[in-house]
Design a binder for this molecule. Structure first.
Ligand SMILES: Cc1cc2nc3c(=O)[nH]c(=O)nc-3n(C[C@H](O)[C@H](O)[C@H](O)COP(=O)(O)O)c2cc1C
Length: 381
């Protein structure tokens, strides 16, 4: 019997080729096919006009980033009273809808897909900015100064929402979602994270209500559930995602009972079947993340909490891969997309990342630090 000579064993290279990462595999999201699993997280950049109308600057910014599997456009106000800072975009006037249509048109022409985040600020608003006394679950003042057109001003005590205010706000979210679809968005993300109105309802220190909208966990989650129900009814479940930030103590929030709150919310939302749940600061080693993953049957977008060093080192690629291995479907990254218009290509090829210029992140306006981050130059010289 003759033996076939064996090919000499060559040592395996310890590195997986960059292109084999699951981050670059396509994924389905409702009726959309995403070319990769990288999502541009919603990022407030205060570049809309004073009337909340998105202009050419914003269209160019998002079009530069159209290679993301999905772009979730920045927190956008569903009604006038819900505005947080100056130059935040809105989606409640015809001019704002027309402005966003130019943005989605530019992104579509560049091959991208967009959802729009609907963000009602609640108490994180100021009359000098919105022209209205802010509305919130309870009259609990925002504890820090807020940016206004005239500079930083002390937060004001919001007005506790009446039953009529709650009904009107639910209707405004539904109308805003319809407006977003009319403006060319594939869907909307309901912002129930980071200390804004919905998170204020979820949290014990900002929701002191004793009616059907406060008190027990079931009552504290009710407003988020009803907003999602209204928005799903308006535009269909394939066009609705929800963002949550379990345990986040941003914007003066102290949730209380985080471990009970989010499993209850995930279960209640699962019945409404929005197309995704988006968890901020998701940690693959965290028990609550694992529990939410178990309770949530649909697409889970995970946004890791990155240190500055991780953002600079690999933009979040390694953490994103760990989260995919721990059951996430899509990975949202923020600062990496700020500094790199071609973030996906850089992660795929291992090319170096641009350095973030944090001084241009907020409240500055203009193209500097916004649309002037360079893309890699491809092709032959
Ligand atoms: C300048 C800036 C603006 C942000 N604006 C929003 C926003 O409008 N809505 C929101 O839900 N999160 C917002 N975030 C949070 C990001 O979506 C994301 O969760 C955060 O940057 C962490 O992701 P990263 O480590 O990849 O940057 C913002 C973050 C930054 C740095």
């Amino acid at each position: 019997m003759t033996q076939t000579p064996q090919a000499p064993q060559t040592p395996r290279t310890p590195q997986t080729p960059a292109s084999s990462s699951r981050l670059f595999e396509p994924a389905r999201l409702g009726g959309l096919v995403l070319p990769n699993r990288l999502v541009m997280a919603p990022l407030t950049r205060n570049r809309a006009g004073a009337d909340g109308v998105p202009g050419e600057l914003m269209a160019a910014h998002y079009a530069q980033r159209a290679s993301a599997g999905l772009i979730i456009a920045e927190g956008t106000t569903p009604n006038a009273v819900g505005q947080s800072y100056p130059h935040i975009p809105g989606i409640h006037t015809p001019e704002q809808i027309a402005g966003w249509r130019r943005v989605t048109g530019a992104v579509g022409a560049a091959g991208g897909r967009m959802f729009l985040q609907l963000q009602h600020a609640g108490r994180v608003g100021h009359p000098d900015t919105s022209g209205h006394v802010p509305l919130a679950p309870s009259a609990v003042r925002f504890p820090e100064p807020l940016p206004t057109p005239g500079g930083l001003r002390e937060g004001v005590t919001p007005r506790a929402m009446t039953a009529a205010d709650i009904g009107a706000t639910l209707a405004d979210f539904a109308t805003a979602a319809r407006n977003a679809v009319a403006a060319g968005f594939a869907g909307v993300e309901v912002h129930s994270a980071n200390g804004h109105l919905l998170h204020q309802f979820l949290s014990r220190n900002t929701n002191l209500r004793t009616d059907a909208w406060g008190g027990s966990v079931e009552r504290r989650i009710r407003f988020t559930v009803e907003v999602v129900r209204a928005v799903v009814a308006a535009v269909g479940r394939d066009r609705v995602g929800v963002r949550i930030s379990p345990g986040a103590n941003v914007n003066g929030i102290e949730e209380g009972g985080t471990g009970e709150l989010y499993p209850a919310l995930a279960e209640a939302l699962a019945e409404l079947e929005p197309v995704y749940l988006h968890q901020v600061h998701a940690d693959p080693d965290d028990a609550l993340y694992a529990e939410i993953r178990k309770l949530w049957p649909g697409t889970l977008i995970a946004n890791p909490a990155l240190s500055r060093e991780e953002v600079a080192a690999d933009g979040g690629k390694a953490r994103g891969e760990r989260l995919l291995a721990a059951g996430a479907d899509l990975i949202a990254l923020g600062r990496g997309f700020v500094a790199n218009p071609d973030f996906v290509a850089r992660l795929r090829t291992g090319a170096p990342l641009n350095e973030l210029r944090p001084e241009f992140l907020m409240h500055v306006g203009g193209a500097e630090g916004y649309n002037d981050y360079p893309a890699l130059q491809y092709g032959c010289a």
